[in-house]
Write a protein that binds this ligand. Structure first.
Ligand code: SAH
Length: 484
């Protein structure tokens, strides 16, 4: 061990790891420094020391990197949600481009020259703040016993008070301040996870950026059997809360979610609307990604979003992401397309008017119910949806049969853990002409691309779309073609 815990070290940061830590070396010994950015010379305090490397905390910036900027959020170091706020946005994009490239090379085992041939410039955000349409604030008590809402301090469950996260819209602050005011004025308790007592656990806020509609859902620790009159007594003096919230411009839906289990799962499955509508709407517009400036094509789709539905969190970038996927898919109108991991059918419906037929597969039944409604709402009749595991449903497709369900193109958009091995096997078995892989984790993407390439596919194009400015996360779209 080169360093002892709590020792101070001076180090120049030469690189950044995929988790956003700055990496530097002292006599060949690697230091991972949280909150340090590439190009900084820093003094860092060792927090954990191993044989060949150590983790450290930024103590002082001795010489700032040319890429260092003043973080806008006073809480960014405690929170841990924005790992890259001290790095200029342009450099964040460079970091993400490298993250995709390095994963393909190191994890996928692809040759650097071919990776550089495939990769197109990352699509960044015009404004990397205030982009999230969804926020979930935990509610609790601070050390003095005051009711507060904010975020969990990195890797703990103690709440740091902050009602204005700079990644969300400005309205969130007003919503949260009014909820807290209502709780203080009416002695409404906050949930205490150490003993499972108290009422209000979380507040979910969603905003339809196109419609301007706002939805608030209070997650409460209260059983239905505790209530005498279910329509009016979810919360004490409920009308006072509703009056406060209804005054916020755009307020469209207020609900409660019942969550009485002692778990980290935020939302309970039971939702009751207590004011306004059950859903808010949002619109996604298609862009022409082949023309400079990516102009809107005039085509748009409308979606209903309920408290429990999955929906992309960055609506502005989602338009670019889906439009890019559409471009990569390259439809002529004759194709049968399978959209695996389809959620509420957003990608499927985006592709439908350029395809002969689209089939979506998703494991959550409620999402498929939403997908079917969204198809009807948008007048789309050539999209069909199945509940099930992607790997199982695709494997059941009969080959070259009269029903014509055999895929010409497969689109996958799996969660972070990537595609199941059986799903990749089913894709190889079906042998579509093209595969478009939409991924939120470059590491599992690289792993899965290796399997597809060993199975007869070739990568044609790769492009990152930044959906999560200030964080280390990145979305990637890949086009593969069948070599046979
Ligand atoms: N394409 C959608 C959703 C992507 S999120 C959109 O852009 O909105 C990934 C989805 O995969 C989630 O909705 C999740 O419920 C679903 N999922 C997870 N494992 C799955 C599996 N084995 N088969 C099918 N769907 C799965």
């Amino acid at each position: 061990m080169r360093f002892q815990k709590n020792e101070l070290a001076v180090v120049t940061i030469e690189d950044m790891g995929s988790d956003g830590f700055g990496i530097g070396k002292v006599d060949g010994f690697a230091l991972f420094v949280k909150d340090a950015v590439v190009g900084d010379r820093v003094e860092a305090r060792i927090v954990k020391s191993k044989k060949n490397y150590a983790y450290a905390r930024l103590e002082k910036v001795i010489e700032p990197s040319p890429f260092r900027v003043e973080p806008k959020c006073p809480c960014h170091r405690q929170c841990g949600g924005c790992q890259l706020q001290a790095l200029s946005y342009e450099k964040q994009l460079g970091f993400k481009q490298d993250k995709i490239r390095n994963s393909l090379i190191r994890i996928g085992g692809f040759v650097p020259e071919e990776v550089d041939r495939w990769m197109e410039p990352i699509i960044g955000m015009e404004d990397p703040f205030r982009y999230r349409n969804k926020a979930q604030y935990p509610v609790g008590r601070d050390r003095e016993g005051n009711v507060v809402a904010g975020f969990y301090a990195g890797r703990t469950h103690s709440i740091i008070a902050n009602t204005d996260c700079l990644l969300g819209p400005v309205e969130n602050e007003a919503v949260m301040e009014r909820v807290l005011e209502y709780m203080r004025e009416n002695d409404v308790s906050a949930y205490d996870e150490t003993d499972g007592t108290g009422l209000v656990r979380h507040v979910l806020i969603r905003k339809g950026f196109a419609s301007g509609e706002i939805m608030v859902c209070l997650v409460i620790n209260k059983k239905m059997t505790d209530m005498s009159d279910e329509s009016s007594h979810f919360l004490p003096r409920q009308d006072r809360l509703l009056r406060k919230l209804a005054g916020i411009e755009g307020m469209s839906s207020i609900s409660v979610s019942i969550q009485t289990e002692r778990t980290n799962v935020i939302m309970g499955k039971e939702i009751h609307t207590i004011w306004g509508k059950d859903c808010i709407t949002d619109t996604i517009r298609a862009r022409d990604m082949e023309r400079p400036g990516w102009p809107y094509t005039g085509r748009e789709l409308t979606f209903h979003i309920s408290p429990l539905s999955f929906y992309q969190v960055n609506p502005v970038q989602t338009e670019k992401l889906y439009s890019l996927a559409l471009e990569y898919v390259g439809l002529t109108g004759q194709e049968t397309v399978w959209d695996l991991y389809c959620g509420i059918g957003t990608i499927s419906l985006f592709l439908a008017d350029r395809a002969k037929q689209v089939y979506g597969v998703e494991i959550v039944p409620q999402a498929i119910a939403d997908a079917r409604e969204n198809a009807v709402r948008n007048g789309i009749s050539n999209a069909e949806f199945f509940v099930g595991k992607a790997e199982e449903v695709l494997a059941q497709v009969p080959e070259g049969d009269g029903a014509g369900r055999h895929p010409d193109v497969v689109v996958v958009d799996p969660p972070r853990k990537g595609c199941d091995a059986d799903c990749l096997a089913a894709i190889l078995e079906a042998g579509p002409e093209r595969v478009v892989y939409v991924s939120c984790d470059p590491a599992t993407l690289a792993r899965d691309l290796r399997v597809l390439c060993d199975g007869g596919y070739a990568v044609e194009r790769v492009r990152g779309v930044d959906q999560f400015g200030m964080t280390v996360h990145i979305e990637t779209v890949v086009l593969l073609s069948n070599r046979e």
